[in-house]
Design a protein around this ligand. Structure first.
Ligand SMILES: [Zn+2]
Length: 121
């Protein structure tokens, strides 16, 4: 079981990270539902074809960024939920405790170091 002051610190970190990630997304995307964001499609009428092609490219470049940020937000939400339930800090894959060193850097981690290596090398 994790000490309360450590847990509180990680919670603050998660909440801060959530705000930053949302701010980041707001720059180019729009919140559609609770956890879903849509990249705004640039649509400026009266522009030439060349500008439009640039905008399409920009949009396509933003999609993976949107996806990564959205995934991060979901993981943060999950981590906060687990804190409520008291299951925070356990690996979703092997049920072992995730090392605190890992959580300090990556508080929304869902798996331990070992499982993370196996899942995403
Ligand atoms: Zn594990």
């Amino acid at each position: 079981m994790m000490e309360k002051n450590i847990l509180d610190k990680l919670k603050n970190q998660l909440e801060l990270s959530k705000k930053e990630t949302e701010k980041e997304l707001e720059r180019f995307a729009q919140k559609s539902t609770d956890n879903d964001w849509q990249t705004r499609y640039p649509n400026n009428p009266g522009e030439g074809l060349e500008e439009e092609a640039d905008e399409v490219e920009e949009y396509e470049n933003l999609l993976p960024v949107e996806y990564a940020l959205e995934t991060k937000l979901k993981d943060i939400g999950l981590a906060l939920e687990k804190m409520e339930k008291g299951t925070y800090g356990m690996c979703e894959n092997c049920d072992k405790e995730i090392l605190l060193d890992r959580l300090k850097i990556f508080p929304e981690a869902r798996t331990c170091n070992e499982c993370n290596k196996k899942i995403a090398p």
